[in-house]
Design a protein around this ligand. Structure first.
Ligand code: DOR
Length: 417
C-alpha cells in the first residue's frame, strides 16, 4: 500500500463508501466482496486535472459515461472535465448539466469553468456563481486568455473567491496557422509550425501576473524546456504557481509526425528530445506538480482529415499510469504523487481523493500490478474515440481494480457497468 504517508504492507476493508480498517492482516471471515491484490500496489485513486469529456455537444467523440469508464479503467477515481464543450461550461446552468450527468458516472466527475464567456476571451464569465457550485478550477483551455488586462482582472477576481485559474499557454498571434512544433520536422514535412516561444511568452506573462496579483496560476500541459525553467524560477521566487505535464509530452517527439498521421497532432504540439528531457526533469525535481492526461477524444471522421485540417488531441486516460511507470525513471511513490495526491490538492479535492488510505477516509482506491506487461490496443478502449498514438506500444504496469466511493467499478481489468 502506497500513499502520501508512506509504504506498508496491509489489507484494507471498506464499508458504505468509507475505509473502515487498514491492518497487516484482516479477518478473512469478513462478509462481502474480496478483491485480490496480490503482486499489486494499492493506492489512492488517480486524479486527472485535464479531461475532455465532450458533453454537451460532441457526444459522437465522448460522453461523460464513456469517458468516465475510460478513467476508471485507467485507475482514476476523479476527473476534472474541461469547459471547451458546445456550449462552453461558462455558466451555472451548464456546470449543473455536466455535474448532473456525472452523478451516474463511474468516477467522480468535477468541472472546470471557463474564464471568459464562450471562451471568447473578451468578457469575464460569472466565476462566482460557478464557484458557488463547487467549481475550483477555471480555464479557457483549448485557448489561452490573450488579453493581459483581462487575465489580470480574472486573477484578482479568482484570488478573492479562493479559486484557481489554469492557463493553456499559447500566444495566438505567434501560433496562428501552425499545426505542429516549428523546427526541423515542420520544415521537412512542409507543415506550418508553432514556435516554442508561443507557449513560453504566455508562461512568462502569467508568472508576472501572478506576482502582480498574488493569485495562484496553474499551468496546463507544459511542453517546452524554457517553460519548465520559467516555472522553476517562479517557484524558487516563492510565487503561487503549479504546473502539469501530459504523458505524450514526456514520451513522444515531433518526428512522430513524419507520416502525417493525425493521431500525433496535439496542442501544444510534440516537441524536441531536449524538451522531452526537460519535462521529465521537471517531473523528477518537483517543478511540475502533476501528470494530467489532456484526454482529447476526436471521432475517426474528424481525425481522417488532412493533417492541417484535423483537430488536435489524443486519448490519455487508459494509458497514463503505464506510460509514467514505463517511461519515467522514477520510484512508484513519486509517480503516484504526480498522478494522485498532488493533482487532488490542485483540484481542491484533498480529503476526498488522493488519500491517505486510512480509516475514516473516502474509499477511492486504485489497485495496479506495476510489473504487468501489456500492449495498447486502440480498438479495445472504453473511449468512444480511437485516437491513441500509443496503439501497439508495449507498456509496463496495469490497473487491476478501481474502487470509487466504495464501489468496485473495475474488477480484474473489467469495467463493471
Ligand atoms: O490537443 C488538444 N486538444 N489541445 C487542446 O488544447 C484542446 C484539446 C481538445 O479539446 O481537443
Amino acid at each position: 500500500m502506497i500513499d502520501a504517508t508512506g509504504t506498508r504492507r496491509a489489507d484494507v476493508a471498506v464499508r458504505d463508501g468509507v475505509i473502515i480498517e487498514v491492518a497487516e492482516r484482516l479477518d478473512e471471515s469478513t462478509q462481502g466482496l474480496e478483491l485480490d491484490a496480490s503482486g499489486c500496489v494499492v493506492a489512492p485513486g488517480l486524479v486527472d486535472l485535464h479531461t475532455h469529456l465532450r458533453e454537451p455537444g460532441r457526444e459522437e467523440a465522448e460522453t461523460v459515461e464513456s469517458g468516465s469508464r475510460a478513467a476508471a479503467l485507467g485507475g482514476y477515481t476523479a476527473v476534472v472535465a474541461m469547459p471547451n464543450t458546445e456550449p462552453a461550461i461558462d455558466s451555472a446552468a451548464v456546470v449543473r448539466q455536466v455535474l448532473e450527468l456525472g452523478t451516474k458516472a463511474m468516477v467522480d466527475v468535477r468541472v472546470a469553468g471557463a474564464i471568459t464567456v464562450g471562451r471568447a476571451g473578451t468578457q469575464l464569465a460569472p466565476l462566482g456563481e460557478m464557484a458557488d457550485l463547487g467549481v475550483h478550477l477555471f480555464t479557457d483551455d483549448g485557448a489561452g486568455v490573450q488579453d493581459a488586462r483581462l487575465m489580470r482582472r480574472a486573477l484578482e477576481y479568482a484570488g478573492g473567491l479562493g479559486v484557481v485559474l489554469a492557463q493553456h499557454c499559447e500566444d495566438e498571434s505567434l501560433a496562428a496557422g501552425g499545426h505542429m512544433h516549428e523546427g526541423e520536422w515542420s520544415s521537412r514535412l512542409g507543415i506550418p509550425g508553432i514556435p516554442a516561444e508561443a507557449e513560453e511568452l504566455m508562461v512568462a506573462r502569467d508568472v508576472a501576473l501572478s506576482r502582480l496579483t498574488g493569485a495562484p496560476v496553474h499551468f496546463l500541459h507544459l511542453s517546452t524546456a524554457v517553460s519548465v525553467d520559467i516555472v522553476r524560477e517562479a517557484k524558487a521566487a516563492g510565487l503561487s504557481v503549479t504546473a502539469e505535464a501530459a504523458p505524450h509530452h514526456f514520451t513522444l517527439t515531433h518526428d512522430s509526425v513524419s507520416a502525417y498521421d493525425t493521431r500525433f497532432k496535439v496542442n501544444p504540439p510534440l516537441r524536441t528530445a531536449v524538451d522531452v528531457a526537460a519535462v521529465k526533469q521537471g517531473l523528477a525535481d518537483g517543478t511540475i506538480d502533476a501528470i494530467a492526461t489532456d484526454h482529447a477524444p476526436h471521432s475517426q471522421e474528424a481525425k481522417e482529415a488532412p493533417f492541417d485540417q484535423a483537430p488536435p488531441g489524443m486519448l490519455g486516460l487508459e494509458t497514463a499510469l503505464a506510460l509514467a511507470l514505463t517511461e519515467l525513471e522514477l520510484p512508484v511513490e513519486q509517480v503516484l504523487a504526480l498522478l494522485s495526491w498532488q493533482p487532488a490538492r490542485i483540484a481542491g479535492l484533498q480529503g476526498q481523493h488522493g488519500g491517505p488510505v486510512a480509516p475514516g477516509h473516502a474509499a477511492n482506491l486504485c489497485v495496479f500490478d506495476p510489473e504487468a506487461q501489456w500492449t495498447v490496443d486502440g480498438n479495445r478502449m472504453a473511449s468512444r474515440s480511437r485516437n491513441t498514438p500509443f496503439d501497439g506500444m508495449a507498456l509496463r504496469g496495469r490497473v487491476r481494480h478501481t474502487v470509487c466511493r466504495g464501489e468496485a467499478v473495475v474488477i480484474d481489468g473489467v469495467a463493471q457497468r
